[in-house]
Design a protein. Structure first.
Length: 678
């Protein structure tokens, strides 16, 4: 694995380490399945060497299939779009490379070790710990699981239909808001930026005064919250003041920001959102500020980001004002800002009809105004190594007031005329920048969520279905596009919809080739949605919102959750080939596969436990993926051990009924299964 990832330039980072944690559990799964089957052959009386060879060879088809279905399930990560798609494939490559090498270890190295190990030698006396473990496994298998399995198989129709209620309940929990939804989780940090934008043209001292006021409020909040803490520690360790730029990608004398350095997250035990909201309340409204934001900006963009496109600036500004007013009415939103801010004051000169009649052009008049008030370089004089530039313009008293512009004389071919007879002017503010998208002028209105517990999709749905149509009906030739996290989510969803079905089809074909049964392959694949339901419940249990990172974990889960199903169904087919009745073949397969299935599930889930309980900020965005895999696998295993055997019986019954329409022979469950494999 390390050799392969070194060739493609992948480093050991949080993403690749997460892939290693996932694959460690899967690697142990393969070793457990093969090793357990070798031990089963040894318990039947075979010599250690023969048991190792026969046991490994017998598990070659199911383990090979399970490994390659997992590899196929991770291939969509190479085709995901968006910000995460640029590096999430590192995890997939780590998993795939390790799985490929695991086949060599599972079928060559492991059997060789077991054939000569003490584990396959007769024990005169087992240790007390070994006896206790064997007793626990016996009780779990024959006293707890066996009665449950037999009951589930005897009531197969109820067992198979019961998951429908589980799915409906899960949908109800999501619709009812008990399990939250958002696009991307809020990844907390140890800094809080406060971004400030005044009207263009304001001086640095104005920005500095307001930032000083905000800084004073920050220290006030720090003292208040310090008294509320049992450890009496400062939450704010330092504040950096910057004038001339901010995190809103604005520059100039009218912008600035504060950067608050906080106590380390593990010691702070408090989200930055709580602190930033407290500071916002203490600071209160600042009338001079055009834009002011408290808090971090996600690398995935703002939760609410709407681009207004049009060709008429007045209509765009009207739509912007209406949209800003509507978004400020949402209690769940804060820091509503837009990208078009008022610029410096400008003199807008326009020609009068007399100037047009005289054949003057606007640049003729503007050029003379610039020469008079700003000046024009007319000569360069070299004196030694120095260069002197000579400029000509009006004297200070002739350009001290804007009213003197009306008295200025404009030279024309017909003579000189006062400026007021040829042109007029208006003083207005320009804009700091002009953005275009799809060859149309763009104004973007953005907002953040007031709390990380707020569900974003319902808010966006209300904005899209109610707010935006109402605004667009009041303006002309304006179009609204959803950007920010909405666009990022759409890019990821589109790529998943494109790549994931292909992977599912390939997985289905591989399982069909191994079982030689389309129905059995379909039954195995049908367990995936139930595992996904378990992943969703895991988010509810942990109090985590479902998000796009959870989707990555669900994609990985699809390849892992089918592994044990493949092994169990393969055991059923082998029992049938040994002459067992169909009911007994399914029952005995469940009993014999319980130990390896539980071990494989526990090893993978326990391997993910360190991430699930991790408190560091660097690992927070991995937790949704880990929750999806761990809880989905735990729920999927429970479903597998009870529902899959019952599903096999139901499938067999359906086959018998269907085959009865085409033959008059007496059919048995075993004969139907043999026909399906032929």
């Amino acid at each position: 694995m390390f050799i392969l990832i070194a060739f493609v330039g992948i480093t050991i980072n949080v993403i690749s380490l997460f892939g290693m944690i996932i694959v460690v559990g899967i690697l142990v799964d393969d070793a457990i399945v093969v090793g357990e089957n070798i031990f089963a052959h040894y318990e039947r009386g075979k010599p250690a060497l023969n048991a190792a060879i026969d046991g490994a060879f017998e598990m070659l088809p199911p383990v090979f299939t399970s490994v390659f279905t997992t590899i196929v399930a991770f291939t969509p990560f190479f085709f995901l779009d968006g910000v995460m798609g640029k590096f999430i494939w590192h995890m997939a490559l780590v998993v795939i490379s390790a799985l490929l090498f695991s086949l060599v270890e599972a079928f060559f190295i492991l059997p060789a070790h077991l054939a000569h190990s003490k584990g396959l030698q007769s024990h005169k006396k087992d240790s007390k710990l070994r006896k206790k473990i064997e007793k626990f496994i016996h009780i779990l298998t024959h006293k707890i699981y066996a009665p449950l399995l037999r009951s589930a198989m005897n009531h197969k129709w109820i067992t198979v239909i019961a998951p429908t209620a589980f799915i409906l309940l899960t949908i109800g929990l999501i619709k009812g808001g008990f399990i939250g939804l958002t696009f991307f989780p809020i990844i907390d940090g140890d800094t809080i930026p406060v971004n400030l934008t005044l009207v263009a043209g304001r001086q640095e001292k104005d920005v500095d005064e307001i930032l000083a006021k905000i800084e004073k409020a920050c220290w006030q909040v720090n003292e208040e919250m310090k008294k509320e803490r049992p450890d009496k520690k400062d939450l704010i360790l330092g504040i950096k003041r910057v004038i001339g730029s901010n995190d809103l990608k604005e520059q100039g004398s009218h912008v600035g920001k504060l950067k608050l350095q906080l106590l380390d997250g593990e010691a702070r035990m408090m989200d930055t959102e709580i602190i930033s909201n407290r500071i916002r309340d203490v600071v209160g409204p600042i009338p001079e500020a055009q834009n002011i934001t408290f808090g971090r900006v996600s690398m995935f963009g703002k939760p609410v980001s709407i681009s207004l496109l049009g060709t008429e600036p007045d209509q765009l500004r009207k739509a912007r004002d209406l949209l800003v007013a509507e978004l400020k009415e949402f209690d769940a939103l804060k820091d509503v800002v837009d990208t078009e801010q008022e610029g410096r004051r400008e003199i807008d000169i326009r020609l009068k009809p007399r100037a047009d009649a005289m054949g003057l052009k606007l640049q003729d008049v503007i050029g003379q105004v610039r020469q008079g008030f700003f000046g024009q370089q007319i000569q360069r004089i070299q004196r030694g190594r120095d260069e002197i530039r000579v400029w000509v313009r009006y004297s200070d008293k002739d350009r001290a007031s804007l009213t003197l512009l009306d008295q200025m004389r404009i030279r024309t071919p017909q003579g000189e005329y006062p400026f007021s007879e040829l042109a007029y002017y208006k003083v207005r503010r320009g804009v700091t920048r002009i953005n275009h998208l799809n060859r149309r002028r763009e104004i973007t209105v953005e907002a953040s969520l007031s709390s990380e517990d707020v569900d974003l999709p319902p808010i966006l749905n209300e904005i899209q279905t109610e707010v935006v149509p109402k605004i667009l009906s009041r303006v002309n030739n304006v179009q609204a596009l959803f950007e920010g996290q909405s666009r990022e989510q759409k890019k990821i969803t589109t790529s998943v919809i494109t790549a994931f079905p292909i992977a599912m089809v390939v997985m289905f074909i591989m399982i069909v080739l191994v079982f030689r049964s389309v129905a059995q392959a379909g039954l195995v694949i049908s367990l995936i949605p139930l595992g996904i339901m378990g992943a969703i419940w895991g988010h509810g249990i942990r109090g985590i919102q479902l998000n796009m990172l959870s989707l990555y974990g669900i994609i990985a889960l699809t390849g892992i959750v089918v592994n044990d199903s493949i092994v169990l169904v393969d055991q059923v087919n082998r029992n049938l080939r040994l002459g067992q009745k169909f009911f007994d073949a399914v029952y005995n397969a469940g009993i014999s596969r319980l130990r390896p299935i539980l071990l494989t599930t526990l090893t993978t889930s326990i391997g993910l436990a360190p991430i699930l309980i991790e408190k560091s900020r660097q690992a927070q965005f991995l937790i949704p993926m880990a929750v999806s895999v761990a809880f989905g696998l735990l729920f999927g295993t429970f479903i597998l051990l009870l529902i899959l055997p019952a599903g096999l019986l139901v499938l067999n019954r359906v086959r018998m009924v269907w085959a009865g329409f085409f033959t008059s022979e007496l059919l048995t469950p075993e004969s139907v299964e043999r026909q399906s494999e032929s």
